[in-house]
Design a protein around this ligand. Structure first.
Ligand SMILES: [Zn+2]
Length: 128
């Protein structure tokens, strides 16, 4: 079973497309996005750290859409390798204002266990 981030409340839930048990919001409808923030791509600890970012934004912003885009903005600025998004300048400014108020903690991305294991094996092959 997949562990995935709930973009609405920051809970780490079972199943990328299942409704969240905490807030009953289902997937974003964007499969790529749901998979990007699942344990297929990053460790469960990393999902938890992104969950804290969602919670930090929730504390300062009540608008669902703006909260969602602020999170996306946070990721695309700090972790362009996970997600890059182009949004209009005025929307960027709005999101940046939310992020400035939320001041979420930086996230260190750990890759999913499988990806990590593959790379360790490659490195071992190189040194042999
Ligand atoms: Zn939720």
């Amino acid at each position: 079973m997949t562990m995935a981030l709930c973009f609405n409340c920051g809970h780490t839930k079972f199943g990328a497309i299942c409704p969240c048990p905490e807030c009953s919001v289902a997937s974003t409808g964007d499969m790529d996005l749901d998979i990007a923030f699942s344990d297929h791509r990053m460790s469960v600890a990393t999902l938890g750290a992104f969950g804290e970012v969602v919670r930090a934004i929730r504390r300062v912003c009540e608008d669902d859409q703006l909260r969602f885009w602020s999170f996306i903005r946070f990721v695309s600025v700090n972790h362009p390798e996970v997600l890059g998004v182009n949004m209009p300048a005025d929307q960027q400014a709005e999101c940046d204002a939310v992020l400035a108020r939320a001041s979420p903690l930086p996230v260190t991305i750990e890759e999913a266990g499988v990806a990590l294991l593959m790379r360790e094996r490659e490195q071992r092959d190189d040194s042999a």
